[in-house]
Design a protein around this ligand. Structure first.
Ligand code: THU
Length: 161
């Protein structure tokens, strides 16, 4: 029997930062701070990520590029690596990601690349806790996903079927 099926995903959208609750405004401000550490002379696309740990601590990460392009790090994985090194047993409540570009204003939320989605999933698996994913551009809407699994349907979590 052949079936055509559909995958659904849910997220919350605030149309502008003014519509968002204070806690998200603060996390977005942290992610914007993180963008300042970005080193992106090749793409001119600056990304910042702010992790909120269960203990309330915030950890920043930003993209770090290299003349040998594939060596570059994304902001999300920079932040996750820092958290795993500094506070390996502390669970991660959320990751807030934002970006800006030297060439044009970013008015829609940036979305994590596939490798970063899989890396965020690994952090969920490690700590057995969902990580809220908060996405925004320089301006415009804010998207909030309760778990990375909503951005990674049919995810691979290491279990061999
Ligand atoms: N980038 C991130 O930091 N996070 C993502 O999820 C998408 C892309 C970076 C990689 C590269 O330095 C620049 O953005 C342009 O792709």
């Amino acid at each position: 029997m052949k079936k055509e099926l559909k995958i659904e995903s849910y997220y919350t959208c605030y149309e502008t930062i003014e519509d968002a609750p204070e806690e998200y405004k603060n996390l977005i401000a942290e992610a914007k701070q993180a963008v300042k550490g970005s080193y992106a002379p090749y793409s001119n696309f600056n990304v910042g990520a702010a992790l909120l740990l269960n203990n309330g601590k915030i950890i920043h990460g930003s993209n770090q590029e290299n003349a040998s392009y594939p060596i570059g790090f994304c902001a999300e994985r920079t932040a996750l690596s820092a958290a795993a090194s500094i506070a390996p047993s502390e669970k991660i409540k959320s990751i807030t990601i934002t970006c800006s570009c030297a060439h044009h204003p970013v008015t829609t939320p940036g979305a994590p690349c596939g490798i970063c989605r899989q890396t965020i999933l690994e952090a969920e698996t490690k700590h057995q806790q969902n990580i809220e994913v908060i996405l925004t551009g320089e301006t415009g809407a804010i998207y909030i996903f309760k778990t990375i699994k909503d951005l990674l349907p049919l995810y691979f979590d290491g279990r061999l079927l």
